[in-house]
Design a protein around this ligand. Sequence first.
Ligand SMILES: CC(C)(COP(=O)(O)OP(=O)(O)OC[C@H]1O[C@@H](n2cnc3c(N)ncnc32)[C@H](O)[C@@H]1OP(=O)(O)O)[C@@H](O)C(=O)NCCC(=O)NCCS
Length: 401
Amino acid sequence: MTTDHRLSALRAPPPAYRPLIDSDMGAVAYLERQGFGTPREVLDHYRALFGDEVMRVTDRAGRITGFAAMWPFPQWFGGAPVPSRAIASVVTDPTLRGQGDGTALVAGLLREAADGGAGVAVLYASTRSLYRKMGFAPAGVITAFRTPARALSADRLSAFPRLADSQDTGRLAALRRPLLARSNGMAERTPAMWSLALRDDSRPADVFLLPGPDEDGPAEGYLAVCPPDDRRLVVVDQCVLTPHAARTAAAFLAGYAMQVDWVVWKGAYADPLALGAVDSGTAIEEWEEWLLRVVDVERALSTRGYPAGLSGSVVLDVTDPLLPANNGRFRLDVTNGRAAVRRLDGPGPFDLALSVCALASLFTGHTAPAALSRTHEIISLNDSFLTLLFSGPHPWMPDRF
Ligand SMILES: CC(C)(COP(=O)(O)OP(=O)(O)OC[C@H]1O[C@@H](n2cnc3c(N)ncnc32)[C@H](O)[C@@H]1OP(=O)(O)O)[C@@H](O)C(=O)NCCC(=O)NCCS
């Protein structure tokens, strides 16, 4: 029976790609169960949280063969938001794997993202071969640190964090905004993303605002902390904007030392809590690369920011077998941290020739041209300017989806 399915799928045209309708849910529940072991109630919870509008399926004559979710996820690079899409839960029918439905599903998502105004799309991959083939490449990391609580600070609290309303995510988003502008890869969260960010599995976090030197003045960050469990304290989300906030955060977390052996939190490579630790013992507990796909070269390059003070021009010659609009030469004229990007006609001189896959790693600053030339067939004639152009804080994000 399975063999019949496979043979007819091989002969058949690719499946249709379309939005989910209510009657698809039974088939989607089966795909999610076989793909990720997701129980029905968990799927229904995500459905209520994210809404049907983010869900897509592949369909062969009324039979649902694949499922994925995709939603807007403005991701900041070089101090500016790039229209992006987050992609999650890509899965196909286990009785039809290897027949092209996964490829058709991801191609549908990428075309829709490009047509819908995105510059890039981002995902976490449990398998890379499909995504590499589709033009994704490693482009940043999610990192979690672990440290003995006492190593964070030897100080008593001198400023006192205030318990905040964890539903007031608008306030947290406003506090966090300067971090987005100073980092590469962090994204604005939808309400559904906030809901996921402020819990550890099913355990909700309490949110504490970090005061500035004037306790009645504006907060200078926040910590979202789950109750201690199994001698671990998990900080599910954190925002530390100033040295004062970093000292308060460290002393506050060290105050749990009687209850926990370890404090765990997600942070950037240059994280203030890790950098400020007063004793050794900090280690990386989690490190995973996320993958990015440039879906619209012109839009991606013109919406991201570039190092202020750098000016000059560069021509990129891009090849993209899947999305033909991305093929060709693009000229970037960079000044005051922004780039005017225009398409050049036909073949001609360039500074950098590369695939859309290599461009993904360069675009975010994850990989400079010198390193890129060891993993991709690129031709770079202006390494030093290109390295400066895409330089900045190492790209990372705290959100896992
Ligand atoms: C990953 C997944 C979506 C691929 O779906 P699919 O229907 O097999 O996809 P395709 O038939 O289009 O194959 C796409 C690529 O996947 C890889 N692939 C497919 N079947 C494979 C297999 N049995 N073993 C190894 N690689 C395989 C190949 O690289 C293939 O590329 P190719 O056609 O050039 O050889 C599917 O295997 C799946 O649902 N896995 C479980 C859930 C999961 O891990 N999802 C990824 C979340 S990030």
